[in-house]
Design a protein around this ligand. Sequence first.
Ligand code: 13P
Length: 241
Amino acid sequence: MEKIVVANLKMNMTAAYVNNYLNGIKEDINTKKVVICPPALYLPYFVRKKYSVGAQDCFYVDEGAYTGCISANQIASMGIKYTIIGHSERRQYFHETDNIVNKKVLNALENDLNVILCIGETKEEKDMLKTDKILKRQLINCLRNVNENKIENVIIAYEPIWSIGTGLIPTMKEIKSTTAYILEIVNSLYPDKKVKILYGGSVNEKNIESINKIDNLNGVLVGGASLDPHKLRKIKEVVLG
Ligand code: 13P
């Protein structure tokens, strides 16, 4: 199975630290299968050094009067191949709805980007046994009108919100059954298509061996641990061998 590691650096690092980081990750991380998503401002540093790179977000219009936004079209014009869309932090702090996420997904695919679409449930939803319902709703809404010719350019990242940055992760059995459910929904929407699925939420160099054994996963989406080049390298070694 084709595997990838996606590093979401979020809104971390100042310019001086980016250089340290680039020195720290060096050539062994420079593979198409490790996608680094730095703050937008620093994308060119990574592009220039030929890393496989992704944006953390994009807007749903190609260009125009949208102060502060960057578009999928602009991202693609830099030779960048990936963008994260619908991260729970975007949904929480910037009030992005499934509808907005859907518009972004459609526009990013139109611009030939690979989309890392994040979905996941809150702790409250999990406790109320609503996880499946929430994930199904997010998938149906966020993938609305995505053409079957484009669906294989979407990578689903299952990120339980309660697991992000908390050190808490679902049991391996839960990750397996929830990601199997996600694949079942995607397959019902797009029969015969192969969509990749990642797990994200408190992935680190210690739990990666167990997570990597879950056979329906194509890899992981890593936040905090990816800020440390040694931890990212260890995760990469386990996932990519
Ligand atoms: P952490 O790995 O820090 O929990 O973050 C996960 C995440 O949100 C990746 O997108």
